[in-house]
Design a protein around this ligand. Structure first.
Ligand code: C2E
Ligand code: MG
Ligand code: MG
Ligand code: MG
Length: 282
């Protein structure tokens, strides 16, 4: 009867929840081992000029090299790290590691490279996040003006006093960009009052360009808005020459995506910088 089905359904959901809780616990314990055993690493995805593929800089992207399961992507473990609080440690490790690495690339001759680092809501709510950033800059010597912190619209929503915090970060000299732009709910009037330097058009709007009329309209609107607010713009997830052409024709000047390069290991970036002396990817 209905009761029985109800009970079964409940049993199904609850074992599903238990499975998820177990998986989370598993990941949490694994993350502690990952930290202790140096299994976290960064890849760097080139950011390029959209017209000629010239290299502008890199976005640092974290990975977990797990001995038995192989390389695990951030979508699988960053949410867990946020829930259990490990993100504070991991986030400052990312900042220090990326700034140290990028400082080495500056010394190799890529003097004006830009480095983007992703930051999550919990990190920014830690209270002394601006101190974490200024410590990373002081300890690594990386120039503040070349560091860009990527935050999402939902992070802005979730962070208390985000305007004040962004103000303190800007006072350090770093740049702020809004990641995955268009997927959240930030009102344009709110954005106007925040000290933001750049927005990144989310990959979900780019992937079906130029064919999808809605995505085309949204993308055009974002480009126009960035122009009138004086914000820089990066298109994420550019995979085809047709997407590149569409975006270029509408005034977007910078991009990331598999068309230009996947995220790279350090050695591959080293080679890229040496071989091109401020390389060009297209
Ligand atoms: P994100 O910051 O929006 O990063 C872009 C994601 O799109 C990356 O996935 C990148 O590998 C992928 N991507 C880039 N170009 C293309 C393309 O042309 N096609 C496709 N299909 N994908 C492309 P990834 O590395 O798996 O990172 C996922 C998310 O994890 C990031 O999204 C970011 O929100 C988060 N994340 C990564 N590293 C960190 C970190 O160090 N700290 C924090 N808090 N979050 C991080
Ligand atoms: Mg990002
Ligand atoms: Mg993004
Ligand atoms: Mg994202």
């Amino acid at each position: 009867g209905a009761k029985e089905r109800g009970r079964n359904r409940f049993a199904f959901y609850s074992s599903d929840m238990a499975e998820r809780a177990l998986e989370r616990l598993h990941i949490e314990q694994g993350l502690l081992r990952a930290i202790a055993n140096d299994q976290l690493m960064l890849q760097y995805q080139p950011v390029v000029r959209l017209d000629d593929g010239q290299l502008i800089g890199f976005e640092a992207l974290i990975r977990w090299d797990e001995p038995t399961h192989g390389r695990i992507g951030p979508d699988r473990f960053i949410p867990v790290a946020e829930e259990c609080g490990l993100i504070d440690y991991i986030g400052s490790w990312v900042l220090h590691t990326a700034c140290t690495q990028a400082q080495a690339w500056i010394h190799q001759g890529f003097v004006d490279l830009r480095l983007a680092v992703n930051v999550s809501a919990r990190q920014m709510n830690a209270g002394d996040f601006d101190v974490t950033v200024s410590d990373a800059l002081a300890l690594t010597g990386f120039p503040a003006a070349q560091l860009e912190l990527e935050i999402t619209e939902s992070t802005l929503q979730a962070v208390d006093h985000s305007r004040q915090l962004l103000g303190r970060l800007k006072a350090l000299g770093v740049r702020i960009s809004i990641d995955d732009f268009g997927t959240g709910f930030s009102s344009l009037s709110r954005l106007k009052h925040l000290p933001i330097d750049r927005i990144k058009i989310d990959r979900s709007f780019v992937q079906d360009l130029p064919g999808d009329g809605n995505d085309a309209a949204i993308t055009e609107a974002i480009i126009a808005m960035a122009g009138s607010l004086g914000l820089g713009l990066i298109a994420e997830g550019v995979e085809t020459p047709a997407q590149q052409q569409f975006l270029l024709a509408r005034g977007c000047t910078e991009a990331q995506g598999f068309l230009f390069s996947r995220p790279l290991d350090v050695a591959d970036v080293d080679a890229l910088i040496v071989s091109t002396a401020r390389g060009r990817l297209s």
